[in-house]
Design a protein around this ligand. Sequence first.
Ligand SMILES: [Ca+2]
Length: 399
Amino acid sequence: MIRLLLTFTLIACTPATAASNPGFQSWLEKSLWPEAKRSGIARATFDMAFKGITFDPKMPELKSAAPKRQTQSEFRAPEGYFNQRSIDRLAKQGAALEKRWRDTLARIEKRTGVPRRIILAIWGRESVYGTFKMPKNAIRSLATSAYAGRRSELFKGELIAALRIIQEGHISAKAMGSSWAGALGQPQFLPSKFFDYAVDEDGDGKRDIWNSVPDTLGSIANYLAKFGWQRGRDWGFEVTIPASVSCSLGGPDQGRKIAGWAGMGIERVSGRPFPKIELANTGYLLFPAGRYGPTFVTTPNFYVLKQYNESDLYALFVGHLADRMAGGKAFRGRWQDLPSYTRAEVKRMQDVLVAQGYDVGGADGLIGYKSRNAIGKWQNKVGRAATCFPSRETIKAIR
Ligand SMILES: [Ca+2]
């Protein structure tokens, strides 16, 4: 009994620190330090960065953590992703910030060609214009994931990049806030992207994407510019696409001049014509939910937005939010109720389509444009109306 009590007391008194994971401190010294040193990190930087840093048992990246539910926004009804109240609020805040940072935004827009509202929309989406409090210390979360995570090598590289950022004096280790996954500051850059994309817009010698609004705005624009944002062009337009145009024509590998799409009867929902510069250049059809939701003609800039986050809905959210800041209306097309699928269900359907010779873009359990096109082609082949998105009934029929 005494022994039990003693044990209990000991556990209760042991803070969740190094003592609860002695391997962590030894890994820092024996495994991480030699590698950091080889990468040019000074001992003083290393010691300062890890002062008081402990293993974080709550990280979702840990091998022992319960696997996350295998769904993601692509298969939930997109309606939830485009929450109107939150978009309205973000659009209002964005429009106010556009006034407040007018000169800075004008300078950045002129230099990079990235429209100010696109820059603002990414800022809003990533960190609610810098008001979202970063939940984690980057060093602690990256070190925990590098030590015991499922993608240890990847996080080790990110951690060493984070140490370089500290060593160069852009931010202190303590103030280096990040997401759970280690994405840094207001633009949510991974540390490895920092040196290529972050800029010192306010000229104080630091690329401070945690505290400086100009640095944040300049860095977001620089990122998009470096990924090829086309100056003078929009991101895309909501359109009506007549039934005579197959929904299996979606995606970046089936582009044609926007004048060509217009010639097939595709029109903007606003009733306005496509701008001249757009008509003369390439555009792509986008059916994010097949025929079960709004449809779009996008420009190559839509795919530049996807370089920020590899998701059609993310890029659409950013483009749409930018339009809303300029007084644009909510989507005209309605997102219909769609079932949410597990990745396993989608993968099973994809495996069947692949076995029948369709290109689904990799049977990964995610419904990307190639899977949508494949579903449309399958539906045409078996004499169904093409919807290019699986209803419950379709996913059961594809077997
Ligand atoms: Ca700066």
